[in-house]
Design a protein around this ligand. Structure first.
Ligand SMILES: [Zn+2]
Length: 276
């Protein structure tokens, strides 16, 4: 969806604020902020950066970053190039497996934004090579599958620092995808990430039950991390997940946005004082 479509949907849902946190690009945030004045919705600019982490998937959100930060722009360019190279390699592998798929077809479903594996998966669904996005990942695109290609990712410390230096608040996204299930292990990981400058943990996520949410809340409090929430809305790529309510029961209080903004002011003040 385009930023304007997202804003319209959020307004229909009666939301007070949304964050736009695309992977490896701030174009959507820039575009959304252009419409801020004409709507009564508060828009938080942001980014989502994939960090290297072996047990599972680590995404670091950067809320309220300065969108024109020079160093961050450079970092994102490197990530975008590795993403583009990797997309081509994935397509070559799929073609090698006898699947007729072209770059233009993937561009066609991306809507002009960043292109990633979900878009390739969408083309595979459209062409009836597979029946669902999940199946496309399980059969071809997930780590270890036939068309998987690794790409360059920032080490977690560098991702956190890049966000802080751009005046943003680094938050560990959807912690369940880390594949770190035991609370003690999560404890050690969060201690390290906090040391690296992490400020928050995404406690409220689409599909997390009360037990899982309670554990992440406990961990956030123990490590003095902000509690945040997000639906991880991805349009038709994640069917069943809706803006603002996730899988139907997600409610994220505005208070968390206020805490996020306070944290961002603290980051900017620390930067000014040369503390970061
Ligand atoms: Zn993510």
């Amino acid at each position: 969806m385009s930023p304007v479509e997202i804003i319209k949907t959020a307004q229909k849902m009666g939301l007070r604020a949304i964050a736009i946190t695309d992977h490896d690009t701030v174009d959507g945030s820039v575009e959304a902020l252009r419409h801020q004045h004409s709507c009564d919705l508060e828009i938080l600019p942001g980014i989502e950066i994939s960090a290297s982490f072996d047990p599972g998937t680590m995404h670091i959100l950067g809320y309220l970053i300065r969108l024109d930060d020079v160093a961050l722009t450079q970092t994102l360019k490197v990530l975008q190039k590795s993403r583009a190279d990797r997309n081509l390699q994935i397509l070559k592998r799929l073609q090698g497996l006898g699947i007729d798929i072209s770059c233009d077809e993937v561009l066609g479903v991306s809507g002009g934004g960043q292109i990633g594996r979900p878009h390739i998966a969408q083309v595979l669904v459209n062409k009836r090579v597979v029946q669902s996005i999940d199946q496309a990942f399980n059969k071809f695109l997930a780590k270890g599958r036939h068309a998987y290609v690794a790409r360059y990712r920032l080490p977690p410390f560098e991702a956190i620092q890049a966000i802080l230096l751009a005046g943003g608040v680094p938050v560990l996204a959807h912690p369940f995808t880390l594949n770190v299930r035991a609370e003690g292990e999560m404890d050690r990981l969060l201690a390290d990430l906090k040391q690296a400058g992490l400020k928050g943990l995404e406690v409220y996520c689409s599909g997390y039950g009360p037990d899982r949410t309670a554990m992440y809340k406990r961990l956030a409090h123990r490590h003095g991390l902000l509690v945040t929430g997000g639906t991880d809305y991805h349009g038709t790529i994640k069917p069943g997940v809706h803006i603002g309510i996730g899988r139907g029961n997600l409610r994220i209080p505005y208070r968390l946005v206020e805490e996020l903004k306070q944290s961002a002011s603290q980051v900017v003040s620390d930067l000014d004082k040369g503390l970061l």
